[in-house]
Design a binder for this molecule. Structure first.
Ligand code: NI
Length: 228
């Protein structure tokens, strides 16, 4: 299940973040890579302990907390503090095919996060760079993703994915993982479909008695399946 979440950040927030990133010192992206992915990872990253990375990470986390579509699609239990990366045309930076590590430890707290859902939030608009598509292979085939600045894609942490070489400009993004209250992707995806159907029904026929019964069904299923 890939879900496009538009306008996670406002244009002002995108601009502000990019200004901060321009002033920051970038490091080799292999600092957070596992053994297999380190061999195919060619990009830059903001080291997570720097003041710039911490500030921007907080800003993105706050934006996620106010986003109902993210809440519905991901049902977050723990969110790994967002990280930031950059792929430049110089060196045709890219990230070969890999699967993200199953467990991530938050350095500051030692807390472990199971990476049920991966997210990429785009900071550069598609016309600023060539290449740099996020390509995700899931059970429904291969999806190539390149979104407007401020938009985000969420996809299953279980999927193989890669970023194609950037051949012009720079691709700047935030990426992070979420442990969901519902680890099983099939169940999580059904909950999302149910929630979206209830929202549509409520918009079109707010007086319909099924709005109440389906909402009740949604919450009772969540109670059955959620691990909090
Ligand atoms: Ni990855």
């Amino acid at each position: 299940m890939l879900v496009h979440i538009p306008e996670v950040l406002t244009p002002d927030e995108v601009r502000y973040c990019r200004d901060v990133m321009r002033r920051a010192d970038w490091a080799d992206g292999r600092i957070t890579a596992g053994h297999q992915s380190a061999q195919v990872k060619r990009n830059l990253q903001l080291p997570e302990h720097t003041p710039e990375a911490r500030e921007l990470s907080g800003l993105v986390s706050a934006a996620l907390n106010r986003n109902p579509l993210f809440m519905s699609a991901v049902l977050p239990k723990k969110v790994f503090p967002p990280l930031f990366n950059r792929y430049d045309a110089e060196g045709e930076m890219n990230f070969g095919s890999h699967v993200d590590n199953a467990i991530r430890t938050i350095a500051a707290t030692g807390e472990r996060v199971r990476t049920d859902v991966s997210s990429t939030l785009f900071f550069a608009s598609p016309d600023e760079y060539d290449g740099g598509e996020l390509v995700v292979e899931d059970t429904y085939g291969t999806h190539s993703v390149k979104l407007p600045a401020g938009d985000m894609i969420v996809y299953p942490g279980t999927s193989l994915h890669h970023v194609t070489p950037v051949t012009r400009g720079s691709r700047v993004a935030s990426f992070f993982w979420t442990e969901s209250m519902i680890g099983d992707v099939t169940k999580r995806s059904m909950m999302f479909d149910l929630d979206m159907s209830i929202i549509r029904l409520n918009a079109d026929h707010p007086e319909h008695p099924s709005v109440v019964s389906l909402t009740s069904l949604y919450h009772n299923l969540l109670r059955q399946w959620a691990a909090t």
